[in-house]
Design a protein around this ligand. Structure first.
Ligand code: DC
Length: 207
């Protein structure tokens, strides 16, 4: 069984993906980490984020040691990832890796922006997770503060709106719900309710 989860930044899709993977005993890939790691390799080498040739080389050359989550999770790296993710050649360079992950015999849970539309169009279950920008900014501000970052709510909200615009407005695999995705709005849901709703969607899709 393949579960595809897409949605904008801080919508709750990462938490839902992790919990669904636990619930069904499946492997989980947070595909945002691939774009974050690519951006980080470029920044560490003092290179521009919008240079397609360099960005593709960075994506192709990713190694396990580039995936230290602590270094990839911050606000700066989210913004940088969104810039490299708009380069079509970078997306192509990361496609096979994601499809290979999804094709493991037991299946998998993948979350990102284009899983249901591009990476796994034949997924068993597709969820498009949303929440209002204000609630997403509150959640992201809490998360960043818990990681020791000093952030201002208004800045986080502006960052979220800018990223939404870039991720949804790009021509290559924009953030959009697949026609056959079930929408899950988590604005008024706590984590446990959101997970229960997500499991219900997967159970319906499995039938
Ligand atoms: O989910 P995230 O915040 O870690 O993603 C960081 C950026 O990477 C996001 O703004 C857009 C990009 N991304 C993407 O374009 N496609 C994906 N499947 C996952 C992430």
């Amino acid at each position: 069984m393949i579960i595809a989860i897409d949605g904008p930044a801080a919508s709750g899709k990462g938490t839902i993906a992790r919990r669904l993977a636990q619930h069904y005993g499946l492997a989980h890939l947070d595909t945002g980490l691939l774009y974050r790691a690519t951006a980080r390799v470029l920044l560490d080498s003092g290179l521009r984020l919008d240079d397609p040739a360099r960005a593709v080389a960075a994506a192709r050359g990713l190694a396990l040691t580039d995936f230290e989550e602590d270094k990839l999770r911050g606000a700066k790296m989210g913004e940088a990832a969104s810039i490299v993710a708009a380069i079509p050649e970078v997306r192509s360079a990361l496609l096979d890796m994601q499809r290979k992950f999804a094709s493991r015999p037991q299946g998998a849970v993948l979350d990102g922006r284009d899983i249901g539309t591009v990476i796994c169009p034949d997924a068993t279950a597709k969820l498009f997770v949303t929440a209002s920008p204000e609630v997403r900014a509150q959640r992201r501000a809490l998360e960043l503060r818990s990681r020791g970052e000093r952030v201002d709510y208004a800045d986080v909200l502006a960052d979220i709106r800018r990223r939404d615009e870039r991720d949804a407005g790009r021509s290559a695999a924009p953030l959009v719900a697949a026609a056959d995705a079930a929408r899950l709005d988590t604005t008024d849901l706590d984590v446990e309710r959101a997970i229960a709703a997500a499991v219900a969607i997967v159970e319906r899709a499995k039938r």
